[in-house]
Design a protein around this ligand. Structure first.
Ligand code: ADP
Ligand code: MG
Length: 363
């Protein structure tokens, strides 16, 4: 097998402004050959505009896009040979499934015989063999999106772009198709650039995620990197749930550890950058990384501790979710597994919580 089935894509200071308003405000990103990369961000963060510039449907107002090391700015979309799937299937209603899928092949002058074979293969890949004679209106939403996917890969592009392709489907179907797309990505070995505003979808599917905010990349990394080591407040709050504790830097230790004063306690946090003593900072930690100590906490790893009052206690099936209040009123969320062996806390109860230094990030 060829090692380089997928295209590499390099974005350099990429910009797109409309009437001096920047939809994309300087994005630099290297997407590797064969990678499943997701652009994740809230509505209006510039995801679609970025994708459209890669596809060639929008022209950048600044910066560069290189595919396999060659700049494609100015190259028309059809010459870029990129597959695309949109949220609204965009199938031709008057063409059969086979004719829809065969359309890009016809455009490229592929013979009727080869078209039939390639369409058949594409239908197999998306689990719709035998559906070639139907019309789009005779298919469910999920099936229509599979046809759109087949049409996007039938001409064997080295790069597939998808803009919220599962956005119109219900949750169950969406989850099934997420797994299928991962499998398809592994089978094809080509590069996928996927756009979604759904953080769970991004975490489930991607090799790496570029989190976008206000036309910029806020952080890029593997799902676990973004979750465990958010590099700023936006990423910490957009991906998963986070607690934020205001603190003041008191000392710097070795191994990227900062000691900060927080609610009268000294809290240790991981921080690759080096703030100065006296700096006002924000500490962040995930609700499921916190535990009640019951006064006696046996742990070999260094722990942070804080005294709190329980203000809300909710049993939510697999987990119990507690709202806690620290000394100065800061709200803290704690989630723990709902084992029958773990004592439930009552509203008004005083408690001590603890969590590891490695799970405390300075943002
Ligand atoms: P996303 O896909 O992340 O929701 P978009 O890339 O569609 O974001 O849009 C980013 C920003 O650019 C938004 O504020 C949007 O209103 C603006 N924008 C997008 N397209 C146009 C356009 N054709 N004209 C003017 N503004 C646009
Ligand atoms: Mg969009």
């Amino acid at each position: 097998m060829a090692a380089e089935l997928g295209a590499s894509v390099a974005l350099r200071d990429l910009e797109k402004s409309y009437d001096r308003v920047a939809a994309v405000a300087g994005v630099s990103l290297d997407i590797r050959s064969g990678e499943f990369l997701t652009l994740l961000g809230p509505s209006g963060s510039g995801k679609t505009t970025t994708l459209m510039m890669i596809a060639g449907f929008e022209t950048p107002t600044g910066g560069d896009i290189a595919i396999d090391g060659t700049s494609v700015v100015g190259m028309p979309p059809y010459r870029r040979n990129i597959g695309m799937v949109f949220q609204n299937y965009a199938l031709f209603p008057h063409l059969t499934v086979a004719e829809n899928i065969g359309f890009p092949l016809k455009q490229r002058g592929v013979s009727k015989e080869d078209r039939a074979r390639l369409v058949g293969e594409a239908l197999e890949l998306v689990h719709l063999p035998g559906y070639g004679g139907r019309y789009p209106r005779q298919l469910s939403g999920g099936q229509q999106q599979r046809v759109a996917l087949a049409r996007a890969i039938v001409f064997k592009p080295r790069l597939l772009l998808m803009d919220e392709p599962l956005g119109a489907l219900d949750k169950q179907l969406r989850e099934n198709l997420q797994l299928e797309m991962r499998r398809l990505h592994a089978d094809l070995g080509i590069t996928f650039i996927y756009v979604t505003h759904d953080q769970e979808e991004a975490l489930t599917m991607s090799d790496r995620i570029a989190v976008m905010n206000d036309g910029l990349v806020a952080q890029v990394g593997r799902p676990e990197d973004l979750y465990d080591r958010p590099s700023n407040r936006f990423v910490a709050s957009f991906i998963g749930e986070s607690n934020f504790l205001p603190a003041i830097v008191r000392a710097l230790e070795d191994n990227d550890v900062v000691v900060a004063e927080c609610q009268g306690a000294l809290i240790r946090a991981v921080c690759p950058s080096r703030p100065a003593a006296g700096d006002k900072v924000m500490l962040t930690t995930r609700p499921e990384r916190l535990r009640f100590t019951d006064g006696a906490w046996n742990s070999s790893t260094p722990q942070n501790r804080l005294s709190v009052t329980v203000t809300e206690a909710v049993f939510a099936g697999e987990r119990c979710r507690y709202m806690l209040q620290a000394g100065d009123g800061t709200a803290v969320v704690l989630k723990e597994p709902s084992s029958a062996a773990i004592r439930r806390r009552a509203v008004g109860e005083q408690a001590e919580i603890a969590w590891s230094v490695a799970d405390t990030i300075l943002v």
